[in-house]
Ligand binder design. Structure first.
Ligand SMILES: Cc1cc2nc3c(=O)[nH]c(=O)nc-3n(C[C@H](O)[C@H](O)[C@H](O)COP(=O)(O)O)c2cc1C
Ligand SMILES: CCCCC(=O)C(=O)O
Length: 368
């Protein structure tokens, strides 16, 4: 009996299991793994389970509307696809399958700089499904400004609608599973396609993605001056950094600990969210990713002030298990669950949710 454990199978957990049987175990470890003891990885999911939703009743809210606006783009659900590297290791169609399914679901795709498909092909695949599909480009600022600049031009030319700058990776996280498996390079036949033909790249080859502890707010300012695209800052956890980012003119923040793959002592993202929302929630949209596995998780984050949330691994599970159809199933399942949970909470849309509707399990409910 597992009735009281909260571990009943779901569509997502079944896709995860199926993905596990299909993937090369070394690649499964790369996708599933986190940094060091994998505490942040586990806590991202557990923290949602420590929270409960206080529903409101008899509000006559009618059918739920799950749509939100993200930097001017309409998303049919408050869930976007977070950037994940090397998707062709999950399925031969890789990033193209993810792009098509995400466009069909009507939400935002953040495509990784470390993709195994070039960004122009990713945006073309999304636009073939939906002419106004929103694709944002995730960027690791490179120590060489010429290289960063070339990547930005590439994303602009491909028609990306925003740059998502990942700032939680001054060095690469220590991944024990990858060390054990000796997984440090893409297998033959796969490459980080966005890194081809950049200044300094070997003829016909790719440049390695650099992570640099020397990056600072000055580099972000330089980037802002070099592009008209809005900038989303990914990896914000400290409220003072959130304030600084807002002062620097960033368009949105993404509260993230990189899916527990960088600083293992980082807090669960849903536990870091309220302080960031309190600091800047009235100035710019605050997004979150990490551990989102159900409509309840999404609605908890929205009630705490997030505008939308991202999913990383669930998309990889769908992709590895069933390709484009699997990614479509993940997004449709989350959309349906969000609509259902909103209705059960007496909310027509995320704007009806309030902070007091999220309570910590085991502590009772405080007076509002
Ligand atoms: C296999 C894998 C690859 C990732 N690659 C990137 C990346 O290239 N760039 C980036 O900013 N974040 C990357 N991330 C982090 C995700 O964008 C996201 O923050 C995280 O996966 C969210 O947590 P979740 O997997 O629990 O949904 C990666 C995560 C995973 C699991
Ligand atoms: C250079 C590849 C970066 C991938 C990444 O961000 C991750 O594995 O978490």
């Amino acid at each position: 009996m597992t009735a009281d454990s909260g571990d009943a199978p779901t569509v997502l957990s079944e896709l995860r299991e199926k993905a596990g049987t299909r993937l090369d175990p070394v690649h499964r470890d790369f996708f599933e793994g986190g940094a060091d003891a994998e505490i942040a990885l586990a806590e991202n999911e557990r923290a949602f389970r420590r929270l409960a939703l206080l529903p409101r009743i008899l509000r006559g809210s009618g059918p739920a509307d799950t749509a939100v606006t993200l930097l001017g783009d309409r998303a049919a659900l408050p869930v976007f696809v977070s950037p994940t590297a090397f998707q062709r290791l999950a399925h031969p169609d890789g990033e193209l399958a993810t792009a098509r399914a995400t466009a069909a679901a009507g939400t935002v795709l953040i495509t990784s700089m470390a993709s195994t498909t070039a960004v122009a092909e990713v945006t073309a695949a999304a636009r073939a499904v939906r002419a106004d599909a929103a694709v944002w480009f995730q960027l690791y600022l490179q120590p060489s400004p010429e290289v960063t600049d070339a990547l930005v031009r590439r994303a602009e030319r491909a028609g990306c609608g925003a740059l998502v700058v990942t700032a939680d990776s001054p060095v690469f996280g220590h991944r024990a599973r990858d060390d054990r498996n000796g997984f440090h390079d893409l297998p033959a036949g796969f490459a980080a396609e966005n890194m081809r033909d950049l200044p300094g790249a070997p003829q016909g080859g790719t440049l390695d993605i650099a992570m640099s502890p020397g990056l600072s707010w000055d580099d972000l300012r330089r980037l802002r001056a070099a592009t008209r695209l809005p900038i989303v800052l990914k990896g914000v956890l400290h409220p003072d950094d959130a304030r600084r980012a807002a002062d620097e003119g960033v368009a949105a923040l993404l509260v993230s600990n990189h899916g527990g793959r960088q600083l293992d002592a980082a807090p669960a993202t849903v536990e870091a969210l309220p302080a960031v929302v309190a600091a800047v929630g009235d100035r710019l949209p605050v997004l979150l990713d990490g551990g989102v596995r159900s409509g309840s998780d999404v609605v908890i984050a929205l009630a705490l002030g997030a505008t939308a949330v991202g999913v990383g691994r669930p998309v990889l599970w769908g992709l590895a298990a069933e390709g484009e159809a699997g990614v479509a199933r993940v997004l449709e399942q989350l959309r349906a669950e969000v609509a259902h949970v909103l209705t059960l909470c007496g909310a027509r849309d995320s704007g009806d949710l309030t902070r007091d509707q999220v309570v910590v399990r085991g502590l009772g409910v405080a007076e509002c």
